[in-house]
Design a protein. Sequence first.
Length: 92
Amino acid sequence: MKAIDFSDLKKLNRKELLELLLEQVKENERLKTELMEAKKELENREIIIENAGSLAEASLEIFEVFKNADKAAQAYLENVKNSLGNDGEDID
């Protein structure tokens, strides 16, 4: 909607002023709806970003678990080799 000068408003009759007011109310409602949709989209994006961070952290923790499990398995195999009293050539 184009901007109306204050002096132009003085020239309008009651019906025209009410029509302008109604247009402004409709525009205000449209903008409120648009703002609410934008806020919801932003919230969804923030949740996705938070989840991505959580997934990255979880994958690092899982990596550490597997790394520690591998170390424990290697130590177990080494102990088995030592307890058998050979080089462990038969085990692998």
